[in-house]
Design a protein around this ligand. Structure first.
Ligand code: HEC
Length: 149
């Protein structure tokens, strides 16, 4: 019960958060640069937040979806910087496609359009897959960056 009245009150700030997320600027600079050691753990965190975003879309919890995006944008800016540093243009391009999908979800969140948010999340997951297919390798105890990537 509280939840629903809370949502209405929080909506304005949530839309704001989503609007900031759509811009996605300014935050990345404050983040620490990723290393090969912190890259995998960051990806695992991303996976959890994308799961949250999907649940929040299903529940139409738009302010919470905005918060998820506020976390994901700076993380993918870090990923972009990581690959830029390595001179891997293909991985940078794939990361930018991921960021595009985040924008699509952000717009859908602002419009409170569940169908568009869901298709944005599908597009997002497809971009994860497209990068994993080329730049990720499975090892005996998890994953690693493909040698040469
Ligand atoms: C630009 C390339 C790229 C994109 C985009 C990308 N990943 Fe990854 N991901 C990698 C690479 C490379 C690894 C292997 C590195 C590692 O695990 O140490 C990885 C590893 C992972 C892992 C395993 C982490 C571990 O080591 O246990 C998860 C989980 C993951 N990614 C989730 C995602 C999700 C979810 C998305 C999309 C929302 C995504 N990734 C988008 C490149 C990418």
């Amino acid at each position: 019960m509280m939840r629903w009245s809370g949502i209405k009150g929080a909506l304005a700030s949530g839309v704001c958060a989503a609007a900031v997320a759509v811009g996605g600027f300014g935050v990345a600079a404050a983040q620490e640069a990723l290393t090969e050691e912190t890259y995998g753990p960051t990806m695992s965190e991303i996976r959890l937040i994308v799961g949250d975003a999907e649940l929040h879309t299903d529940a139409r919890y738009w302010p919470e979806l905005g918060e998820d995006l506020d976390k994901l944008f700076p993380m993918f800016r870090q990923i972009e910087a990581f690959w830029g540093e390595r001179g891997n243009d293909d991985a940078v391009a794939k990361t930018l496609t991921t960021i595009e999908a985040l924008r699509e979800i952000g717009q859908a969140g602002i419009a409170m359009d569940q169908g568009s948010a869901r298709s944005g999340i599908r597009a997002l997951r497809a971009t994860c897959q497209s990068c994993h297919d080329v730049h990720r390798e499975e090892t005996a105890d998890g994953y690693r960056i493909k040698p040469g990537s």
